[in-house]
Design a protein around this ligand. Sequence first.
Ligand code: SF4
Length: 683
Amino acid sequence: THLAAFTRTRTTCGYCGVGCALDVLTREGEVAAVRPAADGPVNRGHACVKGRFAHGFLRSPERITEPLLRRRSGLEPVSWDEALGHIARGLRAAVTEAGPDAVAAITSARATNEENYLIQKFMRVVIGTNNVDNCSRLCHSPSAAGLTAAFGLSGGTDAFEDVERADCLLVVGANPVEAHPVVGARLLQRVLHGTRLVVVDPRAVGLAGYADVHLRPRPGTNVALFNGLANVLLTDGLVDEEFLRHRAVGLPELTAMLAGYPPDRVASITGVPADDLVAAARLYGVAERPAIVYGLGVTEHLHGTDGVRTLANLAILRGAVGTDHGFGVNPLRGQNNVQGASDMGALPDLLPGYGRVTDGVARGRAERVWGARLPDHEGLRIPRMFAAARSGALRVLWIVGEDVCATDPDTNRVIEALESCPLVISQELFLSETARHADVVLPAASWLEKDGTFVNFDRRFQRVRPALAPPGQARTDFAIVHAIAAACGADLGCPTPAEALAECGRVAPVFAGISHQRLDREGAIPWPCPDPGHPGEAKLYLDGFATPDGRARLAARPYLPPGESPDDDYPLILITGRRWAHYNSGNMTRRSGTIELAPSDHLDLHPADAARHAVRDGDTVLVESRHGQAVLPARLTEEVAPGQVFCTFHFPSSRANALTSDHADTVTSCPEYKVTAVRLRGA
Ligand code: SF4
C-alpha cells in the first residue's frame, strides 16, 4: 500500500527513558506500523523491539473502556457522571472528616508532564495536601537526592551525545543492552571502536562481555566499592587537583575516610579482587574524557543515595563534571517520563522545578500563579501512604497508571493497604491487580492516545502526540483530572496541555523557555531553559555548580551493610530487574506482539547452586523470602554469580515482589529491590 494511505504521527516512545522519536503510521483507527524517526534527536533512526512492535495492547479486548464502580457483586460499569460523583463525595467526606492529609495520590512516570503537573496542582490546590508522589520513589529518587546534593540539580549532568564521546565508560548497575536498548547499542558501538569500558554489576549483563574490566560486587556493597575506586584514584594521584582546589569542597573529610578503604579491605567486603579494582580505577583515572552511566543497581538499596554520592565522588575527583574533559554522572531512567514526573513536582516535598514545599519563596511563587494558599509541610512518600492506609489514617488513595501490587515491594503488605483504604481510585488501561482492588476504576488513555510532553533520561523535553483516539469512553489522564476537579466544584485552569506547560514555566523558571510551540519547531529542548530564546543546557555546570557556593560536594560516606544478608535459613540473594522484551509490570507488553518473544519469566540460577538444590533447567521452583513466596521455572545460567538469583517483575502471576522487603533507602525511601535473602524449594 502506498504510504500516502496512512496518517503519520510523530511522537515519543512511552516505554523506557531513552526517549526515541517514533513515526506512528495509522489507518482506519489502527496502528499499521511504527517507524523510528531518522531525525529523532536521541535515537537517529533506531528503536528497540518495544518501541517498534509493542503496540498490540492498544486494541486488546482487555482494555477498560468504561468507568467501573465497586458494588456488592464486584466492579460494575457505570457512567462517568456516576463515577465522578462517587469520587467527589468520597474526597469531600475524607477532607471534611479527617482533613486534607487523609487523601493521597500516586502518579505515573508514564503519564505526560502536563498530566503530572495537573495532578499535583489538584492535590495541592483543591485538596490542600502535599500527599502526591510518583514512581520515581521506587527507582531514581536516590539519584534526585544524590545528584542535587553533589551538584545542585536533579538530573544527569551531560547530554548523551557527549557521553558517546567519552574515551572511558564506567557503566554501573545498569543493563542498557536490555533495558535501554538504543543507548546500549550505541554505547556498544563506541566500545567496538575503542572506548575503554568498565562494567560494575553482580550479573554478567550484556555489555560485560565487551568490558576491559568487569567488577562483580556482592549486592549491597556498592558504597565500599566506590570508596575503594576513589581510594585508588587518590593514592595513585589520578585526581584533578586544580578542579578540587577551586570547584569542589569536602576533600579533607573524604581523604581521611578513604584511608579505611584500601583495595584489600574493599575486596573482602565486595568480593571484587583487589587487582581488578585497581585496574578499573586506573582505566577511569587515566582517561581523558571519562563518563559514568548508571542505573537502578546503584539506587535501589538501603543506602542508595550514598551510592549515588560516592559514585559522584569519582567524577568530582577526576574533574570530569562541569568541564570539557569529562562527561559526568548520568542516570539511565527506567521509565519514559520518570524525570518529567519529578520535574513537574509530583513529589511530596518538592514543587514543579524542585522548589521545596517548606521554602516560602518557592511556595509563594506557586501560590501567586495558582491563586491559592498551599500546604507548607511535606506530604507522604509512597511507602508511607501504604502505611497510613493500613493504620486507617488514609481515607482516599488515587493511583494513576500504576500497578502497585506488581511493582511495589512486599506485595502482601501493599494489598493489605489497598484493602484497608475506604476509597481507592485506579486510573488504568487494564484491570490490573491494583485495579481489581480499587473501588472506582477509570478507563485511561495510553501514550499513543495523548497530547503533551515527556522528559527523557538526559533532560530533554519532547512532544507526545496522539496517533489514535482512546477506545470507548476512555479519557486521557489530563481530561480525567479536570473532570474530577469539576466534580469537586473546582476549575484548575490551563484547559489544554500546551497551556499547562506554559503555566508550569511560570511556577518553575527552570522550564520557562519551553513550550509546545517551540518543541513543535525544534524537536527537543533540554532543561534548564529559562527563557524562550535559550537553547537549553545539554551539558550542565560549565559556569559553576548549582550549589550555594557554586562548588561540587564530595561526600564521605562509610559502607553500611544492606538490609538483608544471606544466612543459613535464606542462603541466596535475589536481585530483580528487567528483560528486553517487556516493560515494568508488563501490562502493555504482555498484551502486545512482543509476548511471543518472552512468554514468561524465569529464575536465573547459577549451575553450582542448581546442583546443590538438585534443580534442573526448566524445573519449577518455589522461592521463599521472609516476606512471601513466588513460583518460577529455573533457568540455569552463569549470568548470575553463585549465591545469587535473578528474576523480573514483568509477570504479576509470578509475584516477584511478594518476595522483596520493605527495606528502603534511608534518605528517600526507595525500596531495596536489589538485595533480598531467599531460599529455594522444589515446587
Ligand atoms: Fe527507544 Fe526505549 Fe522505546 Fe526502545 S523502549 S524504542 S529504547 S525509548
